[in-house]
Design a protein around this ligand. Structure first.
Ligand code: NI
Length: 257
């Protein structure tokens, strides 16, 4: 069994965990999971993430509004987010970004809400968790403009883009997609990320890795992602998990877990 699994991005507030959430979460430490960051999608999930951190000592959370929800963003929400960000165990602003695949919110609105939250993170001195789906060009432009610290989550860009993210001083997180049969591109990107900027994540309940693809995902399944990334890096999987755990602590500024 592996140790030191730090799941840098999860959604344990999701309805798919309603039936057995407590049982599942309390079983994670026995499966080698030492820390989880629950990412928010809107103000409601900011509160559910905070509730998880109050219940489980190995949980941390991010607060922010996802591009899918950007259309519902109200001017006062920024102040609310600032207040929530000051609560204990909030380690980042996220997830925030751009999603031009689904386009659930108009692109102009997505950009405005993303920029407002990039400024908020800068003002508060917090790292960000970035969601970028089919919006690489605009995402890179805004990252160059605001220069946040933080993570490009569920990375789906090229090896070239991964290098650019690293040059900006950010970390790059990979999840179950690196185990899929068509994973040539994310594996090339992972190969291009130096070991000290690499992170693992689930994005659970989504994105279960092979051989569990299609099932409800949870943090213990990171072992399959770690196996694949370890092959790319020529490392023992436990060493990969040890190194990515240290990286996660560094980016989220957690001294001791
Ligand atoms: Ni997510």
């Amino acid at each position: 069994m592996y140790q030191n699994i730090f799941d840098t991005h999860a959604h344990y507030d999701d309805g798919r965990f309603d039936a057995d959430r407590d049982q599942l979460i309390t079983s994670l430490p026995q499966k080698g999971v030492v820390a989880v960051v629950n990412a928010a999608s809107d103000l409601a999930t900011c509160h559910s993430g905070l509730a998880l951190t109050e219940k489980y000592p190995f949980f941390y959370c991010a607060v922010g509004v996802h591009p899918h929800e950007a259309q519902g963003f109200q001017p006062g929400d920024l102040e609310t987010l600032a207040g929530l960000a000051g609560r204990p165990r909030v380690v980042a602003i996220g997830e925030i970004g751009l999603d031009y695949h689904y386009d659930f919110s108009p692109r102009e609105v997505q950009k405005q809400v993303f920029e407002a939250q990039l400024r908020l993170a800068r003002d508060l001195g917090l790292p960000v968790i970035i969601h970028d789906r089919e919006a690489h060009e605009d995402t890179l432009r805004l990252l160059h403009r605001y220069r946040p610290q933080g993570i490009l989550h569920c990375f789906s860009g090229s090896a070239e883009m991964a290098k650019e993210i690293v040059e900006l001083g950010m970390y790059v997180a990979f999840g179950g997609a690196v185990t899929f049969k068509n994973a040539r591109r994310p594996l090339e990107a992972a190969a291009a990320v130096p070991l000290d900027r690499l992170l693992v994540e689930t994005d659970c309940p989504y994105m279960a890795p092979e051989p569990l693809r299609g099932r409800r995902c949870d943090s213990s399944m990171i072992e399959f992602t770690a196996n694949q990334l370890a092959r790319v890096k020529g490392l023992d999987p436990q060493e990969l998990l040890d190194r990515t755990c240290e990286n996660a602590k560094a980016v989220y500024r957690i001294e001791k877990i």
